[in-house]
Design a protein around this ligand. Structure first.
Ligand code: NAP
Length: 309
């Protein structure tokens, strides 16, 4: 494992595979490290309608596979492995993985973000037994049943609308009285007859026997408490950046995202951050892929300055 790759990319989502495509096309020796399968969070999205070029939309899993295939066509490699430690400060970056040690002259951090939890008692134990984080993955288990969705952003509203197509009843629980989600959803929300929104509502307890049986709720304005019987809850309260591996080496912003500007350069020479893990105003597939291309532009410049090792 003494070989030193030009570029290793941590994460095989849209940002990671776009970086891989650009790097491979410009002749770099590039490897993508991916834990599970291509696509990252995008791979869990049932229908993507805001990525240009697909007039009927496309499912995120297929798009992820196609992005991987596009990069591999030019020689990018994928190593299915979990990264257990990263040493990024020196001129040769070292990545310890479940498949051995990898060395690279430059690294692109494309680890994305993972779903945030509510932090309630029993939440971990009830995951998969009524508590869910991915409507596209688990929605089908709730055909004809009653489900709650927690959150008020684009993900929560998208999840609620998706679930309304299979479940008997969907209750969207939002802690404020206005949605954060785009108004593009307003019409669909108004038309979904089996979907109701409970405003100013937080979940205070997960009620259960072996599985989730309901939720204890509290009105944030009046303080009144209530319970809601339901078969499942989908927690859709945003995502937290996956930065555990490089905390203490790479500068993070106060919200925990990697501090990198539009050049995607981090505080460490030769380390670039792309996609959802980077500080940015809009986290979308289209902005993630743009980051991937930009990162390789600056990685090439960096490698040229370093010269051949
Ligand atoms: P988000 O935009 O950060 O929204 C998170 C929602 O969860 C907010 O409504 C927030 O409430 C609520 N929340 C946070 N913590 C909570 C808690 N502990 N208890 C109850 N509610 C809580 O996250 P997201 O919806 O996952 O979206 C992430 C990014 O992906 C965004 O940039 C989004 O635009 C993008 N995205 C876009 C699309 C699309 O364009 N179709 C689809 C999915 C995601 P407050 O509103 O009170 O803060």
């Amino acid at each position: 494992m003494d070989r030193v790759h030009d570029l290793v990319i941590l994460g095989g989502g849209p940002a990671g595979y776009t970086a891989a495509l650009y790097a491979a096309r410009s002749g770099m020796d590039v490897t993508v490290l991916e834990k599970l399968s291509a696509g990252g969070q995008m791979g869990l999205t049932a229908q993507i309608d805001n990525y240009p070029g697909f007039p009927q939309g496309i499912d995120g899993f297929t798009l992820g596979q196609q992005m991987q295939a596009g990069a591999e066509r030019f020689g990018a490699r994928t190593l299915l492995a979990e990264v257990t430690a990263a040493r990024l400060t020196g001129p040769v970056k070292e990545l310890e993985t479940s498949e051995g040690l990898l060395k690279a002259r430059a690294v692109v951090l494309a680890t994305g973000a993972t779903p945030r939890h509510l932090g309630l008692a029993g939440e971990e134990a009830l995951t998969g037994r009524g508590v869910n984080y991915c409507a596209a993955c688990d929605g089908m288990f709730y055909k004809g049943k009653t489900v709650a969705v927690v959150g008020g952003g684009n993900s929560a509203v998208g999840d609620a609308l998706l679930l309304a197509r299979v479940a008997k009843e969907v209750i969207l629980l939002h802690r404020r009285d206005t949605l954060r989600a785009s108004s593009i959803y307003d019409k669909a929300l108004a038309e979904a007859e089996n979907l109701t929104i409970r405003w100013n509502t937080v979940v205070t307890e997960l009620l259960h026997d072996q599985r989730l049986t309901g939720l204890a709720l509290q009105d944030t304005v009046t303080g009144e408490t209530d319970t809601l019987s339901c078969d499942g809850v989908f927690v859709s309260v945003g995502r937290a950046p996956a930065t555990e591996l490089f905390r203490g080496q790479v500068t993070l912003d106060p919200a925990g995202y990697v501090q990198a500007d539009e050049t995607t350069r981090t505080n460490l020479p030769g380390v670039f951050a792309v996609g959802d893990v980077r500080t940015k105003p809009l986290r979308q597939v289209v902005t993630a892929v743009a980051d991937g291309a930009v990162a390789v532009h600056f990685a090439e410049e960096y490698l040229a300055q370093q010269g051949t090792p």
